[in-house]
Write a protein that binds this ligand. Structure first.
Ligand SMILES: Nc1ncnc2c1ncn2[C@@H]1O[C@H](COP(=O)(O)OP(=O)(O)O)[C@@H](O)[C@H]1O
Ligand code: SF4
Ligand SMILES: [Mg+2]
Length: 352
């Protein structure tokens, strides 16, 4: 396997509390290859945003990185001087957020906001930066870019504003875009269009994507590989098709069963009962055990490690030019995965 463009090892993020700490990101490791689209999915509160923000040093106060290593093209950035580190990270990655209205400056023309980085970082003249901004606007699918350059954020729709945010992210020529729920505030049609813009960037310009979402359907539309996060930890990872066709962790299984599938003749939606654990308290055993339909005694006592699993029940998997990272799961009962659909009783499923 080639060296990944971005690799994160054992990232831990804490939030200090008056009496203790909330261990929000608990030792996650992930990688993204050049031009690869990777999804990080999990329900609200699982630590996705903090993990993503930690990568660019954008953690909200008082959250802090307790440990972790970031490698770019195999180079370990540990020990780099803060300014140099910041530059290296921001030269490589840009971030887009869910709320485009907050992300944009309300009193500045959108075009000028895109032109800012080419002027400041790339030393372009005013007219050169303007031309770059107009070109970027066209590349993210904004028609009539010359005219729209002059508009203010409130004069654009939510979908258009999010395209402006993508154009701003691209203006520093990143190799990877980190996107935190970029379509959650948009309606389904506009959501699909914005995801289409991100997919096209990968296709046409080899810009990688690390897409965070609580919505499995969103990451499935855009990404070829997924990490599944639960209670601050990764519980499963693998190629999208593999993972969707044969989930190897009960949480992924439950997430998949909670997404309506228009192709299925009988719609059985599984609701994931219960709440994730309190991350300010020590967790003993598997963090998913209180909600897991397949839990056994061992699960409450001992934490399962995230380990490579053998995929034996693979049906159709897209041809790979190069094998990616191994499929992994953190579950003591992973060997029973092929039986899970038949073990789910009707009381656990809601027939629509
Ligand atoms: N600024 C903050 N202060 C206190 N707790 C926070 C803060 N930001 C996030 N958290 C807590 O950290 C955990 C992870 O949050 P987050 O990364 O935002 O989750 P996600 O993006 O998966 O919804 C949650 O329990 C959340 O309540
Ligand atoms: S380790 Fe046990 S509780 Fe955890 S997901 Fe697997 S079966 Fe469920
Ligand atoms: Mg979030």
């Amino acid at each position: 396997m080639t060296v990944p463009m971005l690799e994160v090892r054992d990232l831990n993020v804490d939030i200090p509390l008056p009496h203790g700490r909330l261990h929000a990101v608990r030792g996650i490791s992930l990688s993204v290859g050049t031009g690869e689209s990777v999804g990080l999915v999990g329900e609200s509160g699982s630590g996705k945003s903090l993990a993503l923000r930690a990568l660019l040093g954008l953690l909200p106060h008082p959250a802090r990185i307790m440990s972790g290593t970031v490698l770019i093209d195999g180079e370990d950035l540990t020990g780099m001087a803060p300014q140099q580190l910041h530059r290296r990270l921001t030269d490589t990655m840009s971030m887009i957020f869910q709320d485009s209205l907050t992300a944009l400056n309300p009193v500045k023309r959108v075009g000028d906001q895109i032109a800012e980085a080419p002027r400041r970082k790339l030393g372009k003249s005013r007219s050169e930066a303007r031309a770059i901004a107009v070109d970027l606007m066209s590349r993210v699918g904004i028609a009539d870019a010359e005219r729209r350059y002059e508009l203010y954020p409130h004069q654009l729709s939510g979908g258009m504003r999010q395209r402006i945010c993508i154009a701003i992210a691209l203006s520093t020529k990143p190799r990877l875009i980190l996107a935190d729920e970029p379509t959650t505030a948009l309606d389904v049609t506009i959501q699909a269009q914005v995801l289409g813009v991100l997919s096209k960037l990968k296709q046409d310009e080899n810009v990688g994507l690390l897409l965070v979402s609580h919505d499995l359907a969103v990451v499935s539309q855009t990404c070829s590989r997924l990490y599944v996060m639960y209670a601050g930890k990764l519980v499963e990872s693998g190629d999208l098709l593999d993972l969707v066709q044969s989930p190897k962790h009960p949480y992924t299984f439950s997430l998949l069963r909670s997404v309506p599938d228009p192709d299925r003749r009988v719609h059985r939606l599984l609701t994931i009962e219960g709440q994730p654990p309190d991350l300010s308290q020590p967790i003993v055993g598997c963090s998913f055990a209180p909600r897991c339909p397949f839990a056994v005694d061992l699960c409450a006592r001992q934490e399962p490690p995230l380990e490579p699993v053998v995929v034996v029940d693979r049906r159709a998997v897209a041809p790979q030019t190069e094998p990616g990272p191994p499929r992994k799961s953190a579950c003591w009962k992973v060997d029973t995965a092929p039986m899970w659909p038949s073990l789910i009783s009707d009381e656990m499923a809601v027939r629509r």
